[in-house]
Design a protein around this ligand. Structure first.
Ligand code: MN
Length: 264
């Protein structure tokens, strides 16, 4: 294994198809930024068009953008995390491993990785998306992590290098995922808590949507059938995110209620 201070490079046998600076967008400071990115990623690209593509959002180019690389990176990430969990947790069953993998590859975790890699500075966005706060949009940051994994794999043609990069980005997140609380998303935890106390399942209702796509905000109300337990209304950039946030707050609220609950 190489020392961590030296970024991995494409193997000499990797297909050479390097983009020159001239083929990159005119006036782009991408090459200067690439040096910073290389250090963060721990990988030096041979084909510079790959990281360029991996960081290009569809708002900048509706055809040549990161979406195909994201598709590939998504599959690679699932495999890499799956294998790491398989070895790290020899006593966990398939169901538990599946939940751990879901926790590690979901948007919230990928945003944490993206923040560690400081990807927001490197995103190539259209003007509308830039003005709309796209640099810090969770979905874009998460996608960029996946597309960079696809890009590293295509550039290196080496699963081992790709794996080492990804596992280095995750750091101790894989060790810490074996924590009951982090294992399950808030909606599942709320449902299981209610079931364990023989209450009805929670009810989620879309209250309203604000704004126009792609900047829509979804407002969701979460209701449980328990006395003195007010509804929780939360908003988010997707219905799922709003529901998760509402469920999390509902769990906090339930834990503060007196021990004797009554059905409504
Ligand atoms: Mn994705």
């Amino acid at each position: 294994m190489k020392s961590t201070s030296q970024p991995y490079k494409a193997l000499p046998t990797a297909k050479k198809n390097s983009a020159t600076m001239e083929t990159l967008p005119k006036g782009s400071d991408f090459v200067q930024r690439l040096a910073v990115l290389t250090r963060k990623l721990g990988y030096e690209f041979s084909d510079l068009s790959l990281p360029n593509l991996a960081l290009t959002h569809r708002s900048f180019d509706s055809k040549k953008n990161y979406e195909r690389l994201e598709f590939l990176g998504d599959a690679l990430l699932g495999m890499i995390i799956g294998e790491a969990l398989y070895h790290r947790y020899p006593n966990q069953n398939e169901g538990r491993l599946t939940r751990m993998r879901a926790t590690l590859v979901r948007q919230e975790s990928l945003v944490t990785i993206a923040q560690g890699l400081e990807l927001s500075n490197h995103l190539i966005l259209g003007i509308g998306e830039r003005k709309g706060g796209g640099r810090n949009r969770a979905s874009i940051l998460a996608d960029a992590v996946e597309s960079l994994i696809g890009a590293i794999y295509l550039d290196s043609q080496d699963m081992e290098i790709t794996r080492h990069c990804v596992l280095a980005w995750y750091g101790d997140l894989i060790d810490n995922v074996n924590d009951q609380k982090a294992l399950k998303d808030a909606k599942s935890r709320l449902q299981e808590w209610l079931q364990s106390k023989q209450f009805d399942l929670p009810h989620y209702e879309l209250v309203e949507t604000r704004g126009n796509a792609p900047y829509q905000i979804f407002v969701v109300r979460c209701q449980v059938n328990i006395n003195n337990c007010p509804d929780i209304t939360e908003s988010g950039e997707s219905r799922r995110i709003a529901e998760q946030k509402a469920a999390e707050l509902m769990i906090n609220q339930l834990h503060k209620l007196p021990a004797a609950f009554k059905k409504r």
